[in-house]
Design a protein around this ligand. Structure first.
Ligand SMILES: CC(C)(COP(=O)(O)OP(=O)(O)OC[C@H]1O[C@@H](n2cnc3c(N)ncnc32)[C@H](O)[C@@H]1OP(=O)(O)O)[C@@H](O)C(=O)NCCC(=O)NCCS
Length: 169
């Protein structure tokens, strides 16, 4: 099935809330437990506007058959000493896994970062999330370290890798 990647727009807000709800229910690899996610479409609309009002932040949507099926956010630092760095979060609906959507989203974020004075992209990922780690390694990210027992997921502690990708130069 084909897909395309584009920037989120404020009118995506209702569909993106639904997508987030779906992502949080489908896996335990993201930060929110399903019941903790209470954002409304209006919250999401404001979030899209806020991110796109900042040169060091971005929200991308992967769309298939006119529906959002993947989402990537890059949240840039707000203080002067952090503005060169952006933190990524990523999710693709289970129905669309294995089609290269996450790889395309991360590649698009990397391309954007090189034109946006972003010197560092960073993220954290569960150490057992092999599919996500494969995507990040393929896109030039490296493991910097391990955050031990940084999460408590479904009754057990989970370690995360801290990964980053530096701009050339
Ligand atoms: C991780 C995730 C984003 C990947 O999305 P996707 O669109 O399926 O990713 P892609 O199709 O671009 O690539 C996935 C790659 O992972 C690899 N992969 C899948 N399962 C794997 C496994 N168990 N071990 C190693 N590699 C694996 C596949 O080989 C694939 O590479 P390929 O294109 O060579 O076949 C998606 O599974 C997801 O949203 N998971 C839940 C949320 C999440 O984990 N988000 C990331 C949090 S940091």
């Amino acid at each position: 099935m084909s897909f395309h990647i584009r920037r989120a727009v404020e009118d995506d807000a209702p569909a993106l809330v639904e997508l987030r709800r779906r992502l949080f229910a489908e896996t335990s690899f993201m930060l929110w437990e399903p019941a903790e996610f209470t954002s409304t479409a209006d919250d999401e609309r404001k979030r899209i506007a806020r991110l796109h009002g900042r040169a060091n932040s971005l929200m991308l949507v992967a769309e298939s058959a006119s529906q959002p099926v993947g989402l990537l956010t890059a949240v840039g630092g707000e203080l002067n000493r952090l503005r060169h760095s952006a933190s990524l979060a990523l999710g693709v609906a289970r129905s669309h896994w294995g089609q290269g959507i996450a790889t395309a989203l991360v590649r698009e974020a990397v391309a954007w970062s090189s034109t946006s004075a972003i010197a560092r992209l960073e993220l954290t990922v569960h150490t057992n999330n092999l599919a996500a780690i494969a995507v990040y390694l393929r896109c030039g990210f490296e493991v910097e370290g391990r955050r031990r027992r940084s999460l408590f997921v479904d009754g057990a502690y989970v370690d995360e890798y801290l990964m980053s990708r530096l701009a050339a130069g």
